[in-house]
Design a binder for this molecule. Structure first.
Ligand code: FAD
Length: 412
């Protein structure tokens, strides 16, 4: 058994940012990674994906994007190269191709079993990702289609069997896949429940610029009333393209995608859609307009209106006269369903009683309910930006400081 003060599980941005802060504090550690650095970006994303966050917002501790296109959006190979360069730059002690199979408590610390040996540590950092497993509703098993895919299995339209495609879910993943598959010439039906609509660019700036400038992304977990809801909000309908295109249900309908309500039932070949589509769209429009109002108010308060484009509002979401409420998938020629219905973490290897009834880690701002255990990268973990590349550095700095105090107290 090898002893290290800290074991970090996962070499994505979260584990690497934590490693950098531990190195800066002189806390010895190892980063255990089942694949290569940036494994999730290498193996769990579709081919055409680009980051939704602009390049200037790819900022890890001491290592910001410095290329020629700060307002662009990285492709997956560029994202992988950026994270690998950060790992090299910070000399992160990553042990690749090492899968953690079990973590249990031992005395004042933890035993970490892997397929390449066992580690004992005082501190454990779970940086194994928030999106390890695609969430697929139980009714998926009953749908009579040739191909039933999760976003992890989808790579490009070329792999799909001939016929129509139903994409379930209209958050970031669902809208992007619907757009790409429709552009390849397939008929696409998009099932949309609650969603978050935003323009890519507003008043001449990227929406992510506004969200940062107005302080939204820095809002802390202990500053908001309904943290549980904030952590469960759908991802933003955004797309990263060189043209900085906006993606929403209007642009998808204009491209020929048929939009229906949330998929609620499967009965043989027939599927049923919720009648709440109009309400979901009205709510998304309302929330978008509130955000734009808050941006306008910020501009006015700063007295900087001259520096930006004019305020404007976008057309409300247009729906067809009678959105479908049910459909025979065979008769409609639908041969593929893609479940863009969210992701969840995988803690199947964690043998410490720190999960609640829903299988979520019990933690306060990343400090897990077991001494010396921490987590990184969960949605709204310490800040609204916690699950983004740009959020990893500040969270890691906070938690590394907490660890420093923990170790000092333990030694006293
Ligand atoms: C489709 C998609 C698009 C996204 N787009 C953006 C974006 O544009 N901008 C942005 O800022 N964020 C984006 N995100 C959010 C976030 O940045 C990513 O999910 C990112 O991968 C999270 O980084 P992480 O380090 O927390 O976790 P991960 O990148 O998932 O890293 C976790 C690592 O842990 C390893 N691991 C897991 N289990 C084990 C084990 N048992 N043993 C050893 N190793 C293990 C994995 O192999 C992986 O390398 C996106 C997320 C998704 C799903």
């Amino acid at each position: 058994m090898r002893f290290v003060t800290t074991v970090i599980i996962g070499a994505g941005q979260s584990g690497l940012a934590m490693s950098k802060h531990l190195s800066d504090r002189g806390i010895d550690h190892v980063v255990l990674e089942r694949g290569e650095v940036a494994n999730s970006w290498r193996t769990e994303r579709w081919d055409s994906l680009r980051l939704l966050t602009p390049n200037w917002q790819s900022r890890l501790p001491g290592f910001a994007y410095s290329g020629p296109d700060p307002d662009g959006y990285m492709t997956m190979p560029e994202t992988i190269a950026y994270l690998k360069a950060f790992a090299d730059h910070s000399r992160a002690p990553v042990q690749t191709h090492t899968t953690v199979t079990r973590v249990s408590r031992l005395g004042g610390g933890y035993v970490v079993s892997t397929d390449r040996g066992t580690f004992a540590c005082r501190i454990l950092v779970i940086a194994s990702g928030a999106c390890n497993v695609p969430v697929v509703p139980a009714l998926a098993a009953r749908l009579p289609v040739s191909a039933s895919l999760t976003p992890f299995q989808y790579r490009s339209p070329a792999q799909l069997p001939a016929g129509g495609v139903m994409v379930v879910g209209a958050s970031a993943t669902g809208v992007q896949l619907a757009r790409e598959i429709r552009a390849s010439g397939c008929d696409v039906l998009l099932c949309a429940g609650e969603h978050v609509r935003l323009p890519r660019v507003y008043r001449g700036r990227d929406i992510k610029w506004w969200m940062e400038a107005t302080g939204m992304m820095d809002v802390r977990y202990d500053q908001i009333d309904d943290l549980d809801r904030a952590r469960r909000l759908p991802s933003l309908q955004l797309l990263g393209t060189p043209e900085r295109a906006t993606i929403d249900l209007n642009t998808l309908r204009a491209a020929g995608v048929e939009v229906v309500g949330k998929l609620v039932a499967v009965e043989g070949r027939r599927v049923k859609f919720s009648g709440s589509l109009a309400n979901c769209c009205a709510l998304a429009d309302l929330k978008m307009n509130r955000l734009l109002e808050s941006i306008d108010a910020w501009v006015e308060a700063k007295g900087e209106a001259g520096g930006f484009g004019p305020a404007c509002r976008f057309e409300p979401t247009r729906l067809g006269a009678n959105p479908l409420l049910e459909l025979d998938v065979r008769a409609a020629g639908i041969n593929t369903v893609i479940w863009a219905t969210g992701f969840r973490p995988d803690y199947s290897w964690l043998d410490v009683p720190v999960l609640d009834q829903k299988g979520r880690l019990r933690h306060t701002g990343g400090v897990v309910a077991s001494p010396g255990m921490y987590v990184m990268g969960l949605p709204f973990m310490r800040r609204r930006k916690s699950s983004f590349i740009d959020g990893a550095g500040e969270d890691a700095a906070d938690l590394a400081a907490h660890m420093g105090t923990y170790l000092t107290r333990a030694a006293a």
